[in-house]
Design a protein around this ligand. Structure first.
Ligand code: OAD
Length: 239
C-alpha cells in the first residue's frame, strides 16, 4: 500500500480520525519533547516540571517554564501539515483531530473538529473558583492570579493527571468509529493518547503514520510515511 492508494480511497463518506503530536508542529519551530536538547529549560526535563507535585512544590518555577514556552510559541504559525488537515475536511466525510499538542496551531489553521487531549497552554484555570479562561498574554505576571484572587494554573494535563472524561470518551469513540486513522508526529510513548492508534487498528481502520522515524505505535500501522510532516501530510490531498 502506498500513500497514493490512501489518497485515492478518500471520499465524502470516509471518516478520518487524526492523532497528532509535537512532530506536526516541529516544522513551525515548536520544540518536541523527546529527542532534542531544545525542549530542555535550565537543564530540566519536561517530566520534572509538568507534574502536580512540581507545581505545589514550586509554582513560580513551573509558571516561569510555561511562560518561557508561551514566549517560544507566540510567533509560531501553522505549517502545511496543519493546513492539509483543514483541506481534508473538504474531501473526507468527517475529520476529527485528537491532538496531544497544547500549542493551539490546529485551531489557528482552521480545523473545526478538534480535541485538545492534553489541554491548551493558552488556557488558565483558577485553583480557587475553577474558572477556565483563554489567556494569550506574553509574558505573564508570575504567579498569575484570577479575578477572584485565586492562583491560576496552566490549563494543561500534567503527568499523573487524568484526561478530561468527555474528551477521553469522544476520543475513544472517534478512534473506534473511523475508516482511516492518521498518526502524525508523535513518539507514541505517552498513554492513554497512544492507545487511540491501537483502538483504531483493532476496530478495523486503516492506520497511516507520518514521522521521521518509527516509534511506539509503528507496529500497528498499515503504512509508514517517512519524512517531515509539512512535506508528507499534504500528499494526502494532492500529489
Ligand atoms: P515527542 O517529543 O515525544 O515526539 C515527537 C515525535 O515527532 C517523534 O516521534 C519525532 O520523530 C517526530 N518528529 C519530529 N519532527 C518531525 C517532523 N518534522 N515531521 C514528522 N515527525 C516529526 O512528542 P509527543 O509524541 O507529542 O504530554 O509527546 C507526547 C506527550 O508527551 C506530549 O503531549 C506531552 C509530552 O510529555 C504532556 O505534557 C502530558
Amino acid at each position: 500500500m502506498e500513500l497514493k492508494n490512501i489518497r485515492e480511497s478518500i471520499t465524502y463518506k470516509t471518516r478520518v480520525t487524526v492523532l497528532s503530536g509535537a512532530g506536526i508542529s516541529a516544522p513551525s519551530g515548536v520544540p518536541t519533547f523527546r529527542g532534542g536538547a531544545d525542549s530542555l529549560w535550565e537543564n530540566m526535563r519536561p517530566e520534572e516540571l509538568a507534574t502536580p507535585q512540581a507545581f505545589s512544590a514550586d509554582p513560580e518555577k513551573v509558571w516561569r517554564w510555561y511562560d518561557w514556552r508561551r514566549g517560544l510559541l507566540e510567533p509560531c504559525k501553522p505549517n502545511a501539515a496543519h493546513y492539509a488537515l483543514v483541506e481534508l475536511e473538504n474531501i473526507a466525510g468527517n475529520v476529527t483531530i485528537i491532538t496531544q499538542n497544547v500549542d493551539g496551531l490546529h485551531q489557528l489553521a482552521g480545523s473545526t473538529n478538534l480535541m485538545e487531549f492534553h489541554g491548551s497552554i493558552w488556557v488558565t484555570r483558577c485553583l480557587k473558583c475553577n474558572e477556565e479562561k483563554i489567556n494569550r498574554t506574553v509574558p505573564l505576571p508570575i504567579i498569575p492570579e484570577c479575578e477572584c484572587g485565586g492562583m491560576l494554573r496552566p490549563g494543561v494535563v500534567w503527568f499523573g493527571e487524568g484526561i478530561n472524561p468527555g474528551i477521553m470518551q469522544a476520543s475513544i469513540e472517534a478512534s473506534s468509529n473511523c475508516d482511516l486513522f492518521l498518526v502524525i508526529g508523535t513518539s507514541g510513548l505517552v498513554h492513554p493518547a497512544a492507545g487511540m492508534a491501537h483502538i483504531a487498528k483493532d476496530s478495523g481502520a486503516t492506520v497511516v503514520e507520518f514521522n521521521l522515524e518509527p516509534g511506539g505505535v509503528s507496529s500497528h500501522t498499515d503504512l509508514f510515511v517517512t519524512g517531515s510532516a509539512d512535506l508528507t501530510v499534504p500528499q494526502l490531498i494532492s500529489e
